[in-house]
Every structure is written in structure tokens, then in C-alpha cells.
Design a protein around this ligand. Structure first.
Ligand SMILES: Cc1ncc(COP(=O)(O)O)c(C=O)c1O
Length: 390
């Protein structure tokens, strides 16, 4: 009976009729590149995140690259970050010619601030925390260490659009924060991202760098009544977001708080439905002074009590028509980083512990209550079938 069920696709986007209508309207508007819709999206996003400036880009990866460039990360510099992240966080450090320096994580998956200072050298320029799964990092501690050592803080908030740290919105704390609008994210424009900052100099620099280093963007070059030339001020990049994507983003941003309520409801359903399973560890407790963006509901499989490993566990979920994700295989365990820097198993044991056991469950407005109930049932079934018998 379970086999006939429609497959529950992990990371399903929430695309509605209003998103489709707005795209069609933009397509017919006569301007589909970066223009008025992108400007509107930037203003609305800056307001939502309590940041002074927002710059729309075509991915979080592009945004992180611009951010590192803008604060002056150059060849030979070092950037301190978490190994428990998507490779993009680390790759952009190398794109600047710099070296990633990892600090291990706490049981909740976020960078452990007590390990940062030991890793600071004369070459360190930036601390790059990742708000993993949507849970804010300990920003008071990270900001204090950065201030004391004269370092910039660039936050990877790919998972953390709705998050608050104490009474501050994520996006308004570090020197620069970068968000992702990739297909699986809480707000999607298919591909896209947003950079926020309160620093005008950095904002201006990133805006110019995001579009070839030109002094004037295309919308302003072609849409004003008088003709105007532009200058190339730096060898910049091509990281701008289109108005087609931005028009989807505006609609998605309208629903983000409503969708968060759905995520919270589903989160609580999982926590209640799975709490009696000893073979599964649920996400760490939520700190009441923070708002978790609830991007990913991740469980840890207690491998010592199971006859299957994590990947086999996911395979059993897929056989029962439930998709899942792994967030993440730690960056230092990827072949490129192992061979370039000589990383090996055991270097960041807490990140590896999570990396070996973690499974992300379907979460978000794309899923119905009965889908979540079904996932819970499937997890019970797999645990029962593959538990070690004492
Ligand atoms: C933690 C983290 N950082 C950065 C990225 C890169 O985001 P994008 O695909 O928008 O470049 C991702 C994407 O999944 C991510 O999960």
C-alpha cells in the first residue's frame, strides 16, 4: 500500500498562482534584466532584515564571493569558518586566493566560538559563521572576538532568512550577511541570493563589483532619456539578479512569515511524533532568545543502535517514497579539500559525528499534514525493522 503513494520530494518549492502571474507580468513589461523589480525586492528585503542596504545577486555563492572581495580578502589571507557547511562557503574563500581555516562545531551544528581565537593568526581577515539549518550562531561571542582582533564578520545566512539573534534580525549584525534563494530554500527565486550590510562603503563597492565593475547599471544606461557612458572601475563579476527572479522573490517574501508558522507546526509534529524513538536524536533544544528560521529539520541516526548506516537508512526512506537530504558531509572530508590541505578523518570530530548521522526531513509549505504524518510513520517502521536487538 505504501509503494503506491506519491513520492514526497525533499525540498519542494512553494510556487503559487500569484508567483506565476507576476513572472508573466514582468516578462511582458519590456524589462526583464536587473531593473525596477530588483530594486523593489532589495528595498523590501532590507526592510525585512532590518539592514540599511541590500543587494540582490544571482546566488548566495556569488554574494559570499563579493563579500570576501569587498572586505579585502586577498591571496595568502585566512578565513575562519565551519567545516559543517555546503562546499560553496569554502570554495569562495579559495576563489579569493585565501585559505579556509576550520573550527569544529557544537552539538547543535554551529561553529563553536570558544575554538575561534586559537585559530587566529596574522593572516586572518574574516570570521565566516554559518547559521546552520536556520539556527543563529552565537553572534555576541563571534562579534566580540572579531572586534578584539580587528576582523570582519561575514555571515552565511543561506538557511536563516527568518532568524533573529536575541533582539536583532539576522542580516543586521555582522559586517555583511548573505542569503540564498536556491530552489530548496525558505524563499526561492530558483537561483538567487541577497547581500545585506549597514556599511555604505561596502554596499557601494559590492554593487559595482556585482556588475562587471561598471559605474552605471544597464537599466540606468538604457532607460534614462539622455544617453550616458559608463566606466569600468574594477574588474568586476556578473552576479546581478534578473527582474524575472526578483518578481518571484517579492511574492515569496510576502508569505515568508506565514510559511514560518507552517514550518513551526510541522517541526512540532516531528518532535512529538519521534520523541519516543531512542535510535534517533532530535534537533537540539531551541534557545528562547532566538528565532530559528526552521529551514531544515534534521535528525541524527544513533548508528550504534542500528544495523544500517545513514545512507542505507535514507535508501529505506526512498523505498517508502520519502525523499531526504544530508546537510552536510563536512567540507574537510571532500576529496579536493583532503588532498589540497591534507585533512583527514578525526580532524573535526564533532562535525564528522553529525555528518555521518544526519538526515534532513521534508519540511515546508509544499507538504501537507498527512505527508508529515506519513514520514513519521515511515521512520518508526525503519527503526523497528533495522534496530539492533539486545
Ligand atoms: C550553508 C550554505 N551556504 C551557501 C550555499 C550556496 O547557496 P547558493 O546555491 O544560493 O549559491 C548553500 C546552498 O545550499 C548553503 O546551504
Amino acid at each position: 500500500m505504501t509503494r503506491k503513494r506519491k513520492f514526497i520530494v525533499f525540498g519542494q518549492p512553494d510556487i503559487r498562482q500569484e508567483d506565476i502571474k507576476t513572472v508573466v507580468k514582468t516578462l511582458k513589461s519590456g524589462w526583464i534584466g536587473t531593473g525596477p523589480k530588483t530594486e523593489e525586492f532589495e528595498h523590501k528585503f532590507a526592510k525585512y532584515t532590518h539592514a540599511k542596504y541590500a543587494l540582490a545577486v544571482n546566488s548566495c555563492t556569488a554574494g559570499l564571493h563579493l563579500a570576501l572581495n569587498a572586505v579585502g580578502v586577498r591571496p595568502g589571507d585566512e578565513v575562519i569558518t565551519s567545516p559543517l557547511t555546503f562546499p560553496a562557503t569554502v570554495n569562495v574563500i579559495l576563489h579569493c586566493g585565501a585559505k579556509p581555516v576550520f573550527v569544529d562545531v557544537k552539538p547543535d551544528g554551529n561553529m563553536d566560538p570558544s575554538l575561534i581565537e586559537k585559530k587566529i593568526t596574522k593572516k586572518t581577515k574574516v570570521i565566516l559563521p554559518v547559521h546552520l539549518y536556520g539556527r543563529p550562531c552565537d553572534m555576541d561571542k563571534i562579534m566580540a572576538i572579531a572586534k578584539k582582533n580587528n576582523l570582519s564578520v561575514i555571515e552565511d545566512a543561506a538557511h536563516a532568512i527568518e532568524a533573529w539573534y536575541k533582539n536583532k534580525k539576522i542580516g543586521s549584525i555582522g559586517d555583511i550577511t548573505v542569503f540564498s534563494f536556491y530552489v530548496t530554500k525558505n524563499l526561492t527565486t530558483a537561483e538567487g541570493g541577497m547581500i545585506t550590510t549597514n556599511n555604505k562603503k561596502l554596499a557601494d563597492k559590492m554593487r559595482i563589483l556585482s556588475l562587471h565593475g561598471l559605474s552605471r547599471d544597464a537599466y540606468r544606461r538604457y532607460s534614462v532619456k539622455h544617453f550616458s557612458h559608463y566606466q569600468c572601475l574594477f574588474p568586476g563579476y556578473k552576479y546581478n539578479l534578473t527582474d524575472i527572479a526578483s518578481s518571484i522573490g517579492i511574492m515569496q517574501l510576502k508569505r515568508i512569515e506565514q510559511n514560518l508558522k507552517t514550518r513551526v507546526k510541522q517541526w512540532n509534529m516531528y518532535s512529538q511524533g519521534l520523541e519516543r524513538i531512542n535510535q534517533i536524536t532530535l534537533p537540539a533544544m531551541l534557545d528562547k532568545s532566538m528565532v530559528h528560521a526552521r529551514h531544515l529539520y534534521t535528525i541524527l541516526i544513533n548508528l550504534e543502535q542500528m544495523t544500517v548506516n545513514r545512507d542505507q537508512f535514507i535508501y529505506e526512506m526512498i523505498k517508502r517514497n520519502v525523499g531526504a537530504g544530508v546537510h552536510f558531509i563536512p567540507a574537510h572530508m571532500h576529496s579536493f579539500y583532503r588532498s589540497k590541505y591534507g585533512f583527514k578523518k578525526g580532524d573535526y570530530p564533532k562535525a564528522e559525528f553529525i555528518g555521518d548521522r544526519t538526515i534532513s526531513l521534508p519540511l515546508g509549505p509544499g507538504f501537507k499534514t498527512e505527508d508529515i504524518k506519513y514520514v513519521i510513520k515511515v521512520l518508526h517502521e525503519i527503526v523497528q525493522r533495522f534496530s539492533k536487538k539486545n
